[in-house]
Design a protein around this ligand. Structure first.
Ligand SMILES: Cc1ncc(C[n+]2csc(CCOP(=O)(O)OP(=O)(O)O)c2C)c(N)n1
Ligand SMILES: [Mg+2]
Length: 333
């Protein structure tokens, strides 16, 4: 095997590992939720991992990221530790948002990860504001904004895309089209289901992408980011994906057929990439088992960390209601 092809295989194995880490973390979250360790809302990204991993692989440390309430995978792929993500879901003060945000509000200024947002479409104006601030201060960076196709029906989507295009702001809009907004199928709430056309109507270049193929996602993100970084203004990716699990932990899934879910599972982004590497003779059973064992060990450590972490003392309850200088210093990543 040439050095070049070995490097390409290693690169894909790295993406596979990242997707697997997200999958196993979220499976663990579901387990901990059932055990009553994690409370409140919990939205799993299982099935959609290729989107966050593919896009995030093209970002630089100085770039900003804005996500939704389905953001565990984005946070992990951005480099926030599983320890501080899990501690956050436990509501512990060693959590990435000091236990004050929970699953939907992972936030870490040190990695420029600006949430986690419970409001559908709420991240879009924040992303445009971040990009405006960065460009006014002549910082060479991009804001990647992830949102579901449900947000496309919100006014904030249209205001944000209009201003980003008008002011030529460096935003990569990443629309995670998983076909449903809670129980509402795309065609039930959108008169125009071709979402790229909506972005194009604001003069934003837009591409549909196979969101179940991490390499396709990364290629598309690379191409789009090249144009954004060159000062061409925003770009839009419609990442066609699917969530394998329910919308949240309280969803009987009466709005879709089991057969449809099974069909999409055949395109599982992790299984697809694993199979490709196996077929090329670049991933054996022992390699896969070692990978699984490493991820399991890492997650066991993260659970132990969250268990051992502490709740904020009651007397701190009113802290951060107004901002405190340096309040984030020393918080774990
Ligand atoms: C402004 C607003 N309206 C309604 C809700 C309730 N809600 C929570 S998630 C959701 C569906 C959003 O779907 P989508 O944007 O496609 O993201 P997905 O859950 O599929 O990732 C809705 C309507 C909300 N959180 N915010
Ligand atoms: Mg959706």
């Amino acid at each position: 095997m040439s050095a070049e092809s070995r490097a390409a295989a290693d690169d894909r194995a790295r993406l596979l590992e990242q997707m697997l880490r997200i999958r196993r973390l979220e499976e663990k979250c579901a387990e901990l939720y059932s055990a009553g360790k994690i409370r409140g809302f919990l939205h799993l990204y299982i099935g959609e991992e290729a989107v966050a991993v593919g896009v995030m692989d093209c970002l630089r440390t100085q770039d900003a990221v804005v996500a939704t309430y389905r953001e565990h995978g984005h946070a992990l792929a951005r480099g926030i530790s599983a320890e501080s993500i899990l501690a956050e879901m436990y509501g512990k003060q060693q959590g990435v948002s000091r236990g004050r945000g929970g699953s939907m509000h992972l936030f870490d200024a040190s990695t420029r990860f600006y949430g986690g947002n419970a409001i559908v479409g709420g991240g879009l104006p924040i992303a445009v504001g971040l990009a405006l601030a960065d460009s006014m201060q002549k910082r060479e960076c991009v804001t990647a904004c992830f949102f579901g196709e449900g947000a496309v029906a919100e006014g904030e989507f249209h205001e944000s895309l209009n201003l980003a295009a008008l002011w030529k702001l460096p935003v990569l809009f990443c629309c995670e089209n998983n076909l449903y907004a809670m129980g509402t199928a795309l065609a039930r709430s959108h008169s125009q289901t071709d979402l790229c056309l909506k972005a194009a109507s604001y003069a934003i270049p837009a591409w549909p992408v196979d969101g179940m193929d991490v390499l396709a996602v990364r290629d598309a993100a690379r191409r789009a980011l090249l144009a954004v970084r060159a000062g061409g203004g925003p770009a839009f990716l419609e990442l066609r994906t699917y969530r394998f699990r329910a919308h949240s932990m309280f969803d009987p899934e009466l709005y879709r057929e089991k057969a449809e879910v099974e069909l999409w599972k055949q395109r599982d982004p992790i299984a697809q990439l694993r199979a490709a590497l196996v077929e090329e003779g670049r991933l054996g059973d022992a390699d896969w088992e070692a990978l699984e064992a490493a991820v399991a060990g890492e997650l066991a450590g993260a659970v132990a960390f969250a268990e051992a972490a502490e709740f904020e003392p009651l007397e701190d309850l009113l802290r951060f209601v107004t901002s405190e200088p340096g309040a984030r210093e020393g918080a774990p990543r």
